[in-house]
Design a protein around this ligand. Structure first.
Ligand code: NAD
Length: 457
C-alpha cells in the first residue's frame, strides 16, 4: 500500500514541477471549482454530518460550509496580490540593488484532518494549499466515515489525482503517509498525535503546521455584562456538543458574581437548547463510544449543578456544569472536548494568571470584562494561541486574524492570507546591479574596515 502512496506522491511532485499549479489563473479557476462542487453537494454533506455527528443544517452551515464559502471568496479576491513578489527596502550596505520576496509554494503538501469539523478542517487548509499553488494529499478522519466518504467523492470528481488526492484510512494509513517525504505537512488534531507528526516530519526535515488543542480558559470578571457573557459562553461551549478545539474548556468566575452568573448560565442552556435538551433532535452527538465513556466519567469529578444525564444508544450527553472540581482530577488534566463545563472561582487576577500558567499554553482564551486595564493585563501576561474579549470562539470566523496555537497548542497559523502563507515559503532575493560595484566588502579595499564600522553599527 505504501508503495502506491509513494507513486501518488511522485505523480503529484511531477505535476507540481510542470508549473501548472503555480499559474495564478489556474489557482483561481480551481478555487472556484471547489466552491461550486461544495455548493452542488450541500445536501449530501449535510446528510453525512447528520449521520456522523447529528449536526443540524444550521450548525453545518454556520461552522462548516459557510466559513468555507467565505474563505474561498476572500481568497479568490486577493490571491493575485498575495502571490505577487513584494519589493522591500534595501539597506545602505546594499545600495544599488533591489530586494524582493517571492512567495513560493512548498510543493506537495500532506493534510491530515480530525473528525470534529470534518468538512471545515479538511477544506480550509486545502484552500490555503491551492491558493499557494501546491498539490495536496488529504487524509480525512476515519471517525466520521460518512463525511470522509462524501468529501472523497467530491474531491475525486472535481480534481485530477495528480493535483489533489484523498487517501481514506486510519492511524496506519496516516503513519504510512507520514513516512514519505512530503514538502509540507498540515496537521490538525490532538497534542499527542501532533508529537508523532512532528517526529515523523523531523526525519525528513519537512516543514509543518500543527493545529492542536488544549484547555481553553474562560474568565468572567466581576464587571462583566453577565447576560451577554452567559449567552455567548453557552453558545460557544455547547455548539457541536462541546467538541470544538477552541470551546471554553473551563470557567473562572469572579467570586462576587459567581452564583448570579451560574443562574444565568443554566437559564441560557434552557433558552438555547430547550428545557429538556435530550428532546432537542438537533443537539449533536458525541463522536463514538470511547469518547462517550471518557466524558461520562468526568461527571464523577465534581458536583453536578446542572445537567448530568446521558443516553448511550444515542451518544447523547446533556450540557453539564460541574462545581467543586479538584485541579488534579482527570477532567482538569485533559482537554474535555464535550458538553461538560467545570467552574472555578477566583478573587484576584494574579490567581487567574497563576492557574492558567500552570497548564500548557491554551489554544484560546476568553475574557469577559468592561475594564481595559484587566483586559490588557490578561492579554499581556498569559500566552495563548488567540481568543476574544467579551466573546468566545468567534475569532475563528475572522479571515483577518491568524488562527493557530502556541507552544503545545500548535505552531503556525492559517485562515485568509495566513493560509496562503502557511503553504508558502517566502524566498528573499537580492537583485544586484552590475552597473556599479561598491568596493568596501572586498578584502583588498583600503580603509574597508573603517567604512564597514561606519555603515554597520
Ligand atoms: P487525533 O489527533 O486523534 O486525529 C487526527 C488525525 O490524525 C486523524 O486523521 C487520525 O487518523 C490521525 N492519527 C491519529 N493517531 C495517529 C497516529 N498515531 N499517527 C498518525 N496519525 C494519527 O485528533 P481527533 O480526535 O481527530 O481530533 C480531536 C483533537 O483535535 C482535539 O485535541 C482538538 O483540540 C484537536 N483539534 C484542533 C483544532 C485546531 O484547529 N487547532 C481543530 C479541531 C480539533
Amino acid at each position: 500500500m505504501s508503495e502506491s502512496y509513494e507513486t501518488l506522491l511522485q505523480m503529484q511532485k511531477d505535476y507540481f514541477y510542470s508549473g501548472e499549479t503555480k499559474d495564478i489563473h489556474f489557482r483561481i479557476k480551481q478555487l472556484k471549482k471547489l466552491k461550486k462542487a461544495l455548493k452542488a453537494n450541500e445536501k449530501q454533506i449535510g446528510e453525512a454530518l447528520r449521520k456522523d455527528l447529528n449536526k443540524s443544517d444550521f450548525e453545518a452551515y454556520l461552522t462548516e460550509l459557510g466559513v468555507l464559502y467565505n474563505e474561498i471568496s476572500e481568497t479568490v479576491k486577493h490571491v493575485k496580490s498575495w502571490a505577487k513578489p513584494r519589493k522591500v527596502k534595501t539597506p545602505m550596505t546594499h545600495v544599488g540593488s533591489g530586494s524582493y520576496i517571492y512567495p513560493e509554494p512548498y510543493g506537495v503538501s500532506l493534510i491530515i484532518s480530525p473528525w470534529n469539523y470534518p468538512v471545515n478542517l479538511t477544506i480550509a487548509p486545502l484552500i490555503g494549499a491551492m491558493a499557494a499553488g501546491c498539490c495536496a494529499v488529504i487524509k480525512p478522519s476515519e471517525l466520521t466515515p460518512h463525511t470522509s466518504a462524501i468529501l472523497t467523492h467530491i474531491l475525486q470528481k472535481t480534481f485530477e489525482e495528480r493535483y489533489i488526492a484523498v487517501v481514506e484510512g486510519d492511524v496506519e494509513t496516516s503513519k504510512a503517509l507520514l513516512a514519505l517525504k512530503f514538502d509540507h505537512i498540515f496537521f490538525t488534531g490532538s497534542v499527542a498525535v501532533g508529537k508523532v507528526v512532528m517526529e515523523a516530519a523531523a526525519k525528513n526535515l519537512t516543514p509543518i503546521t500543527l493545529e492542536l488543542g488544549g484547555k481553553s480558559p474562560t474568565i468572567v470578571h466581576k464587571d462583566a455584562k453577565l447576560d451577554v457573557a452567559a449567552k455567548r459562553i453557552v453558545w460557544g461551549k455547547f455548539t457541536n456538543a462541546g467538541q470544538t478545539c477552541v470551546a471554553p474548556d473551563y470557567l473562572l468566575v469572579h467570586r462576587s458574581i459567581k452564583e448570579q452568573f451560574l443562574d444565568k448560565l443554566t437559564q441560557q442552556i434552557k433558552e438555547q437548547f430547550g428545557e429538556d435538551v435530550s428532546r432537542n433532535s438537533d443537539f449533536p452527538m458525541v463522536v463514538n463510544e470511547r469518547h462517550f465513556d471518557r466524558l461520562t466519567n468526568y461527571m464523577k469529578d465534581g458536583t453536578i449543578i446542572f445537567g448530568g444525564r446521558s443516553i448511550k444508544e444515542r451518544r447523547f450527553i446533556e450540557p453539564t456544569i460541574l462545581e467543586n472540581v479538584s485541579l488534579d482530577s482527570a477532567v482538569m488534566q485533559e482537554e474535555i472536548f464535550g458538553p461538560i463545563l467545570p467552574v472555578f472561582e477566583y478573587e484576584t487576577e494574579k490567581e487567574v494568571i497563576e492557574m492558567v500558567r500552570k497548564r500548557p499554553n491554551p489554544l484560546a482564551l476568553y475574557l469577559f470584562t468592561e475594564n481595559k486595564k484587566t483586559e490588557q493585563h490578561i492579554i499581556t501576561h498569559i500566552s495563548f494561541g488567540g481568543g476574544c474579549i467579551n466573546d468566545v470562539v468567534y475569532h475563528v470566523g475572522s479571515s483577518q486574524l491568524p488562527f493557530g496555537g502556541v507552544g503545545s497548542s500548535g505552531m503556525g497559523a492559517y485562515h485568509g492570507k495566513y493560509s496562503f502563507d502557511a503553504f508558502s515559503h517566502d524566498k528573499g532575493v537580492l537583485h544586484q546591479s552590475t552597473k556599479m560595484d561598491i568596493p568596501f566588502r572586498y578584502h583588498n579595499t583600503k580603509g574597508g574596515l573603517s567604512i564597514l564600522r561606519r555603515l554597520i553599527k
